[in-house]
Design a protein around this ligand. Structure first.
Ligand code: GDP
Length: 366
């Protein structure tokens, strides 16, 4: 990159032609060109850094993708397009469970084991609480300390701006970048309290639910729908006094799962006990994920699922873009305000008002 900065004095406007001055190009144009070049260079450098597995560059690229600045949108999309052909080669694991169930401890132990087996592990998070408030259930404390220091791991906390849909979209794009950077095991962690599980299930290949034994209400606020999505239920913290209770819970969950309809992927959901602290059960969990992976890859479900996720993404993108454009349109925003008042004053019905605004919005575009 050229670094010829500020050699031209205060104003280039007074410079006469032919006089020994740096150049005759409009400095504003030069500035713009430099900015343009900088963007170009950054994207290329970011892309090269990512495919070379440079985690700092990957981090910077994710920040660019998460940026809400309109100026960052185009370069971010350019980067994603470049990375797309290098993506898709990971096994994506969704993990959910209530706060305190031991997700980060479990993922850390799981991740370290996978790294021992030669994998590269990325951990991303979707935290519904951090989207509404600044606080986060998944915690701002340094989580997974050992894993985060490992050269073959990459940990990124949840993007905390916007709606669930917006954050989910950015997480999907982040997965693409991580895969392009060579991470072949991608964990998407979320808290088992909201709708984020569905979003996570829609972007992963395998869904793991962490539960605790013996706290009375076995469902612990986890909705039946979430249990139905699980390919594997892990009764966690099965150590010390908890071992027996965990075994009991395991049997109960197994029985409960029998009542659910069979899964489309042909896989029989499993229930196991584990303890990251005691180091038990993890091997079984890894074996099961490997078994699952080879089963769905050989029966064609893996591809089918990824394709249907792509189609859902396509439609979601159309929907989101339409909604964004509509609400960002200044005229429309004014009209919405006006119609709100009219509706409140009972001068218009909500149906009429919506139809009129939509009609105006679409006709101004044709
Ligand atoms: P998260 O909120 O789901 O991410 O849970 P954490 O991983 O932060 O763990 C919550 C608490 O449970 C911490 O105090 C951990 O030390 C503890 N914990 C995590 N895993 C285990 C385990 O396998 N056995 C026991 N006994 N405690 C655990």
């Amino acid at each position: 990159m050229t670094t010829n900065n500020n050699t031209s004095g205060k104003s280039a406007l007074k410079v006469k032609e032919g006089v020994n001055q740096p150049d005759s190009v409009n400095p504003l144009f030069k500035q713009q060109l430099k900015r343009f070049k900088k963007t170009k260079v950054d994207i290329d450098a970011m892309f090269n850094g990512i495919v070379a597995g440079d985690r700092t560059m990957l981090s910077r690229a994710i920040t660019l993708i998460e940026s809400a600045l309109p100026a960052d949108e185009q370069p971010a999309q350019e980067l994603i397009q470049k990375c797309l052909p290098h993506s898709g080669n990971s096994f994506r694991i969704g993990i959910t469970g209530v706060p305190g169930v031991g997700k980060s401890t479990f993922i850390e132990a799981f991740g370290l084991k996978l790294i021992e087996k030669g994998h590269k592990v990325a951990v991303l998070a979707i935290d519904p609480s951090s989207m509404r408030t600044k606080g986060s259930i998944l915690g701002d404390k340094t989580r997974m300390e050992q894993l985060s220091q490992n050269d073959n791991a990459f940990i990124r906390p949840s993007a905390s701006a916007g709606t669930l849909g917006g954050v989910a979209r950015k997480t999907r794009e982040t997965i693409i970048l991580c895969e392009a950077a060579g991470f072949d095991r991608v964990f998407i962690e979320t808290v088992g309290v909201g709708q984020s599980e569905t979003a996570v299930a829609q972007m992963t290949d395998f869904f793991l639910l962490l539960m605790l034994a013996g706290s009375g209400d076995e469902l612990q606020g986890i909705k039946r729908g979430i249990m139905e999505m699980a390919d594997l239920i892990v009764i966690n913290k099965a150590d010390g006094d908890n071992i027996q209770k965990a075994e009991l819970a395991k049997r109960e969950f197994k029985n409960a799962l029998h009542l659910f309809p069979p899964m489309e992927n042909g896989w029989l959901p499993q229930v196991v006990t584990a303890s990251a602290l005691a180091g038990t059960g993890l091997k079984t969990v890894i074996n099961l994920t490997e078994q699952f992976e080879s089963q769905v890859k050989s029966n064609g479900y893996f591809e089918k699922n990824r394709k249907s996720q792509d189609l859902a993404l396509f439609e979601e993108n159309i929907r989101n873009t339409l909604i964004d454009r509509f609400y960002q349109d200044k005229k429309t925003a004014q009209l919405i305000e006006l119609y709100r008042k009219k509706i409140a004053a009972r001068q218009k019905s909500p149906y009429e008002a919506a139809a009129e605004i939509l009609g105006k919005y679409f006709s101004q575009r044709h």
